[in-house]
Write a protein that binds this ligand. Structure first.
Ligand code: C2E
Ligand code: MG
Ligand code: MG
Ligand code: MG
Length: 281
C-alpha cells in the first residue's frame, strides 16, 4: 500500500509539474504573441509636487489588454517575462512607447513633466541597456532630461563593475534615475552617491502605515531627512488617504503618487487630467 501511495503521490506531483510547465509555456507563447499583436498598453499615474500642486511626472505602468481576460496587471505577467527573457523586447517596447507618448503630450501643448519607466534587473544584466534607452530617445526625439528610469535597490546591490558602468552610461545620456521601493533593500548612502541617483521612491509599505505606526513614521522621516541632506528628491507612492497626504506634507516630502491623488490612467486621460491638477492643493 505504501508503495502504491508513493506512486500516486509521485504521479500527482508529476502531473502538477507538467501542468505548471505547460502553463508557463502557454504564458510564454501568449506574451510573445501579445508583443506581435500589440496587446500591451501603458497606463500612466500622475505624480504631484506638494509645493506647487502640479503634475511633475507620470509613471508608465504596463498592462496586457488580453483578448479574452481583459486588462491584466503588470504583476500577473512581468515575472514570467523576466524568467523567459521576453522582458528584454517587452522592456524595449515600454521605453519606446513611453518616450513617444511623452513627446506627443508635449506637442499637444501640455506643460513639461517627467515620464518614469520601470526597469527590471534582467534588463541590466543583459547589457546593451544604454543602447535601448538611447534608441528610444533618438527615435522619439524626447529631451533626455524628461525621462526618468526607476530601478530597485536589488539592481545596485549587485554592484558589479558592469552595473556601475551601465548606470554611468545611462546617466551620461542626461536622464534621471529613481530608486523604486526604497527602504525595502539594503542600499547605503555610499551606493546612492556612487550611482548618482536623483530620487528616492519611498516604498508603499512604509507610506501605508504612516498614520498608525510610530516606527514607520520614524523611518519615513529619516529617509526624507537623509534624502534632503544628499540633495535627492523624495516621492511617496501608495498615498491612499487625505490623512497620509497631510502627514507627508508635514514631513516635507517633495512628491506624492497614489490612489488619493490619481489612479493610473490611459494616455488620453492624462491630457484631460493635467489642466485641473493645479487645483489639487
Ligand atoms: P511599482 O513600480 O512599485 O509600481 C507601483 C504599483 O502600485 C503599481 O502597480 C500601481 O498601480 C500601484 N499603486 C498606485 N497607487 C496605489 C495606491 O494608492 N495603493 C496601492 N495599494 N497601490 C497603488 P502595477 O501597475 O500593478 O505595477 C506593479 C509592479 O509591476 C510595479 O511596481 C513594477 O515593479 C512592475 N511594472 C509595472 N510596469 C512595468 C514595466 O513597464 N516594466 C517593468 N519591468 N516592470 C513594471
Ligand atoms: Mg515603479
Ligand atoms: Mg514602487
Ligand atoms: Mg513595487
Amino acid at each position: 500500500h505504501a508503495k502504491e501511495a508513493g506512486r500516486d503521490t509521485y504521479r500527482f506531483y508529476a502531473e502538477q509539474m507538467n501542468a505548471e510547465a505547460s502553463e508557463h509555456l502557454n504564458m510564454r507563447n501568449g506574451l510573445r504573441l501579445a508583443l506581435e499583436r500589440g496587446e500591451f498598453v501603458l497606463h500612466y499615474q500622475p505624480q504631484i509636487s506638494l509645493a506647487s500642486g502640479r503634475v511633475v511626472g507620470v509613471e508608465a505602468l504596463i498592462r496586457w489588454n488580453h483578448p479574452e481576460l481583459g486588462m491584466l496587471p503588470a504583476g500577473s505577467f512581468i515575472p514570467t517575462a523576466e524568467d523567459c527573457g521576453l522582458i528584454i523586447p517587452i522592456g524595449e517596447w515600454v521605453l519606446h512607447e513611453a518616450c513617444r507618448q511623452a513627446v506627443a503630450w508635449q506637442r499637444a501643448g501640455l506643460p513639461q513633466f517627467l515620464v518614469a519607466v520601470n526597469l527590471s534587473a534582467v534588463q541590466f544584466k543583459r547589457g546593451e541597456l544604454e543602447k535601448s534607452v538611447g534608441a528610444a530617445l533618438a527615435a522619439s526625439g524626447l529631451d533626455p532630461a524628461l525621462l526618468e528610469l526607476e530601478l530597485t535597490e536589488s539592481v545596485l546591490i549587485h554592484d558589479s563593475d558592469q552595473v556601475l558602468a551601465t548606470v554611468r552610461r545611462l546617466k551620461a545620456l542626461g536622464l534621471k534615475l529613481a530608486i523604486d521601493d526604497f527602504g525595502t533593500g539594503y542600499s547605503s548612502l555610499a551606493y546612492l552617491k556612487r550611482f548618482s541617483v536623483d530620487k528616492l521612491k519611498i516604498d508603499q509599505s512604509f507610506i501605508r502605515d504612516l498614520g498608525s505606526d510610530m516606527e514607520e513614521s520614524a523611518i519615513v522621516r529619516a529617509i526624507i531627512q537623509m534624502a534632503r541632506s544628499l540633495n535627492l528628491t523624495t516621492i511617496a507612492e501608495g498615498v491612499e488617504s487625505e490623512h497620509i497626504l497631510h502627514l507627508l506634507r508635514s514631513l516635507q516630502c517633495d512628491v506624492v503618487q497614489g490612489a488619493q491623488v490619481a489612479m493610473p490612467m490611459a494616455a488620453d486621460d492624462i491630457a484631460a487630467y493635467i489642466p485641473g491638477a493645479g487645483k489639487m492643493r
